[in-house]
Design a protein around this ligand. Structure first.
Ligand SMILES: NC(=O)c1ccc[n+]([C@@H]2O[C@H](COP(=O)([O-])OP(=O)(O)OC[C@H]3O[C@@H](n4cnc5c(N)ncnc54)[C@H](O)[C@@H]3O)[C@@H](O)[C@H]2O)c1
Ligand SMILES: O=C(O)C(=O)C[C@@H](O)[C@H](O)[C@H](O)COP(=O)(O)O
Ligand SMILES: [Zn+2]
Length: 373
């Protein structure tokens, strides 16, 4: 039987331009079976450590493993427990054990198959094992396909702060198979949609209008609408990352909704909200803050809220005492000289990084939104 052409089912390809660390993002339907061809230049003859979790391995892992085995020297599999509360140093340590026991070498490649949690942790393993080995992202959640698999932020959480231990470490390729989303629970599709909305809010007004017009088809995973949205998000993120890989400036706009969102995740011990859900609430707060300090028109928040509600995303603020919010804001990675930096929408499709916001205003927004909830 003749092999399928490696590009047969690839619908779009986006490049992340970073000189010698540039890499392609392949977007297609039912392309896991062609991984050996698409990823050949990265994995041929290499030892592969496939990092995933049990659920995803059962659904999609065998297909990817079988395909990679056609060209890799060998493929070993390690699974991590499911859930944000396990994105920590203890589980990372178990991944180092698997790398050692599997005799991984400098030339070996870590392949992350799963959502953002698998991707962030496998990436940190790849970044640090032997000071850096090969890394490929094969994202299987909407959130990971539109955001976390691209751009090289890899991390684990600390009990007191989200993603506090991490690195910038770019993958050598990203393989997005939209067919894997067919097994994704509805709550996870919605959570991923929050980062889609975020991307449109901060960088693509046409995408935002497209979301308003096509939300039903997108959430039903209709192939044309879905791949249009994934490619659009990857393009926005690739452009921002190419301009500022390590977040010395403009990359911080990708954190829209995240100062409040990460605080919500941390205060609820990473157990109540999906990351995307916390970001959804965080974007409403960012709009309210922009209304307070920058006279942003409330119409933006209304359009945002409509989209979030259509995707069944939460918009209500959880209740915690003021001191707790203050404590988690202080550990936000964007704090500079004690000042918390916020990303504020300025219109649909554009956001700005603001370092002059009094903490008092940010806390007032929390109090107002807690009252509304
Ligand atoms: N590095 C970045 O740039 C970046 C960007 C955004 C988010 N993140 C991080 O990503 C994480 C959230 O990622 P997530 O939303 O993908 O969550 P996740 O990784 O927990 O995946 C969500 C759930 O879906 C399951 N799953 C994954 N693929 C599946 C499939 N195809 N079919 C059925 N079930 C499947 C998982 O087992 C899990 O239960 C957070 O830790 C967040 O901080 C990182
Ligand atoms: O890639 C980025 O840059 C982002 O900010 C994307 C975010 O969606 C993502 O949640 C990221 O992990 C947050 O990064 P952090 O530096 O605030 O932990
Ligand atoms: Zn995020």
């Amino acid at each position: 039987m003749t092999e399928k052409s490696p590009t047969k089912n690839i619908q779009a390809q986006v490049e992340v331009q970073l000189d010698e660390r540039s890499y392609p993002i392949y977007i297609g339907h039912d392309i896991l079976t062609q991984a050996h061809q698409i990823l050949e230049s990265v994995i041929r003859g290499k030892k592969i450590l496939l990092v995933t979790n049990n659920e995803v391995y059962d659904l999609h892992g065998h297909t990817l493993q079988l395909s990679m085995e056609k060209t890799a020297q060998e493929v070993q599999v390690v699974t991590i427990p499911d859930g944000e509360q396990h994105k920590n140093l203890e589980i990372l340590s178990a991944l180092y054990d698997a790398a050692v026991e599997g005799n991984l070498e400098r030339s070996s490649v870590v392949v992350a198959l799963g959502g953002g949690i698998v991707g962030d942790m496998a990436g940190l393993l790849a970044a640090t094992y032997m000071r850096g080995i090969g890394f490929v992202q094969v994202p299987t959640t909407l959130l990971a396909q539109v955001d976390s698999s691209v751009g090289g932020k890899v991390a684990v959480n600390h009990l007191r702060g989200k993603n506090l231990i991490g690195a910038f470490y770019q993958p050598q390729a990203v393989l997005i198979d939209t067919k894997t989303l067919e097994t994704l629970p509805e709550r996870e599709i919605n959570a991923g949609f929050a980062e889609v909305i975020k991307t449109a809010m901060l960088g693509d007004s046409n995408l935002f209008s497209y979301l308003e017009d096509n939300i039903d088809n997108i959430l039903k995973l209709k192939p044309i609408e879905l791949s249009h949205v994934i490619a659009a998000c990857c393009r926005v993120k690739a452009a921002v990352v190419s301009a500022d890989e390590e977040e010395h400036g403009i990359r911080a706009i990708l954190n829209l909704g995240h100062t409040y969102g990460h605080a919500i995740e941390t205060l609820t011990n990473y157990q109540t909200y999906r990351h995307g859900e916390a970001v959804a609430i965080g974007m409403i707060a960012a709009c309210r803050l922009a209304e307070k300090v920058n006279n942003l028109t409330p119409e933006i928040r209304e359009r945002l809220t409509k989209l979030l509600e259509k995707a069944n995303l939460p918009t209500q603020f959880p209740l915690f005492p003021r001191e707790k919010w203050q404590m988690v804001f202080a550990l936000d990675k964007k704090v500079k000289a004690g000042n918390v930096i916020f990303i504020l929408p300025e219109r649909i499709g554009s956001a700005q990084i603001v370092n002059t916001i009094p903490l008092e205003s940010a806390l007032e927004v929390v109090e107002e939104l807690q009252k509304d909830s």
